[in-house]
Design a protein around this ligand. Structure first.
Ligand code: AFP
Length: 303
């Protein structure tokens, strides 16, 4: 097994260390901030808080050269010193609070992280690691670092697997996360009338075979697939042919994680990781899950 990349480890140490602080800040930050993000979406106070905290924490990590966020128009240059292993400075891309509209309804949301060894916009093949924090009944973090996928539970306090003075206790609950062989759940975003006919026909087949698990936050819905096997999609829509999810901040990291677990991803015709972006805020239709279900999707859309 490859030696862990010290910069990648330091990035996820910083993400884990901020998680309890972000979680504690959510109750007081359910209101709109009065601003929009570069994708034209309403930004909540929770989005702004998480973005600023993570920008500070990740910008301080040696080996991180630039910080890019779904909430910011451009990358910001930070530090940039090469990592301890002599590797070049990485670009860290985040969705600071994915599913923040679930704040009002008190449902799951999280933070998505992608570590690229190329300046953005970059393809998913430039990822060296990816992960997500999920704020559910408990706080968990899933990390794919090139040598497998692990799941951690993160709590306030010291001890566990975490660094004693980081103020968090981290416990690895699975150090070799793989997709279950038998799929059981599905979750599809967007409105049924807006789905292309071929996707709607595919969805009808899937609905007859599996249980619906859709909560409106990609990290929560993908974690259902990661846990129980199945397929998640936010497809192309009639009024949004590129779908809703952002390639750099959501689709690439999630595709990297699911493919690292033995699953598959697709933009409808090829792996998400092969999508060539024009800009850092490009959107892309995202489909991830068990390979057989993604293959069936691509056949249905190619029909
Ligand atoms: P918010 O961050 O605005 O809540 O959007 C979340 C998201 O980008 C992604 O996490 C979900 O999968 C998707 O949007 C849900 O979109 P719908 O509200 O259209 O179902």
């Amino acid at each position: 097994m490859a030696e862990p990349d010290p910069v990648v480890e330091a990035v996820f140490d910083a993400v884990a260390a901020t998680a309890p602080t972000i979680r504690d800040a959510l109750p007081g930050r359910r209101v709109e901030s009065g601003t929009e993000n570069p994708s034209g979406e309403t930004v909540l106070a929770g989005d702004v808080y998480a973005d600023e905290l993570l920008a500070e924490a990740l910008g301080a990590v040696e080996g991180v050269g630039s910080f890019v966020s779904e909430e910011r128009p451009e990358a910001i240059e930070v530090g940039g010193a090469v990592g301890e292993g002599g590797e070049g400075a990485y670009a860290v891309a985040i969705d600071p609070l994915d599913g923040s509209s679930n704040l009002r309804s008190n449902n799951a949301m999280g933070t998505v992280v992608g570590i690229y060894d190329a300046p953005l916009p970059a393809t998913g093949r430039d990822l060296v690691a990816a992960g997500y924090v999920l704020y559910g009944p408990i706080t968990t973090m899933v990390v794919a670092d090139g040598s497998g996928v692990r799941e951690e539970v993160i709590e306030r306090g010291n001890g566990g697997d975490g660094d004693a003075d980081s103020g968090v206790a981290r416990s690895v609950v699975d150090d070799d996360l793989t997709l279950p062989d038998e799929p059981t759940v599905y979750g599809f975003g967007g409105r049924v009338p807006d789905w292309p006919d071929a996707f709607r026909e595919y969805a009808r087949e899937i609905e007859d075979e599996f249980k619906l698990r859709y909560g409106g936050a990609m990290v929560g819905d993908v974690n259902q697939v990661v846990t129980y096997g199945g397929v998640f999609a936010y497809p192309a829509l009639s009024d949004a042919p590129d779908g809703k999810l952002r390639l750099s901040f959501e689709a690439n990291p999630i595709a990297y994680i699911v493919e690292s677990m033995g699953g598959a991803s697709s933009d409808g015709s090829k792996s998400i990781l092969d999508v060539e972006p024009d800009g850092i805020h490009d959107r892309v239709p995202l489909h991830v899950g068990n390979e057989e279900l993604v293959d069936r999707l691509e056949s249905a859309l190619d029909g």
